[in-house]
Design a protein around this ligand. Sequence first.
Ligand code: AHN
Ligand code: ZN
Length: 324
Amino acid sequence: MEAKRVIPFLLCLLTLSCCTPKKGAVVVEQPNVSVPAFDADSAYDYVSAQVAFGPRVTGSEAHKVCGDWLVAKLKSFGAEVTEQTADLKAYNGDRLPMRNIIGSYNTATNKRVVLCSHWDSRPWADNDPDVKNHRTPIDGANDGASGVGVLMEIARQLQRQQPTIGVDIIFFDAEDYGMHSDELDYADNSWCLGSQYWARHPHKADYMARFGILLDMVGAPGARFCQERYSRRYAGSIVDKVWQTAHTLGFGSYFPLTAGNYVTDDHLPLNEKGRIPTIDIIPYDDAYGFGEHWHTVKDNMEWIDRATLRAAGQTVLHVIYNEK
Ligand code: AHN
Ligand code: ZN
């Protein structure tokens, strides 16, 4: 049933049960929460603005300029912005001036939810069918910019209408500097360096959140966000809540109720070190992997579809505004 028909139906039921409570019956109040409409054009523009800076490879000039833009934009959307910087080393010895960017809303409450994405882009197109591209940096329109674009639009909405809970939007750096696929050595732990750092050093002492939602590659047409396995293991009830919400809103085709695979991503340090139950909305499918454009020079604006951004963004907005 679509939302338009579900709501009057539920209201009818509520009126019937609320007006004539049986003696001793528990009356559950269901105030009608209004959820803002996610503007997919706006999210799309935030994706393309990031891509226009050039590849946001950690330590590059484009990375610095884009980071400044993200900070300024979050501030303009009324967030309290915290920046975390650290000098990290990549698995291959490259110096990584890490910069995590955190935008916080409604800091007075400790009923909090984390929304996160990585904002760096991969330094190499090492999955490209043409080996000549294996050292070329990618646009990362989907892999990186899409999740951040959706969260920027959510930030804009949070300023316009405050939900009951507090929200921390975290843009993690240095997610995608993981081991190049041509390397023969095995490098343990080369991915997700920014989120690993944050899990060890949260931006506030003793920081805790009810749960977290990671958005990764949420822009490709027809994306299928199978239920990622670590998410089910560590945050099964949040997976259920988010997928159910998506289905209620009519986005069921993007959110199949089937298990995906285990994906090493920024939600892992939050679950394992930070003890925050965190899910990953990511389009991994055993048949197609992350999609043919993944870590190739094709990961550009041509792979960004407003309908997918909306499916992810509107679903997350509903979850946030329904949190009490
Ligand atoms: C690995 O390929 C190890 N993890 C996938 C996580 C990822 C990469 N997300 C974006 N790029
Ligand atoms: Zn990647």
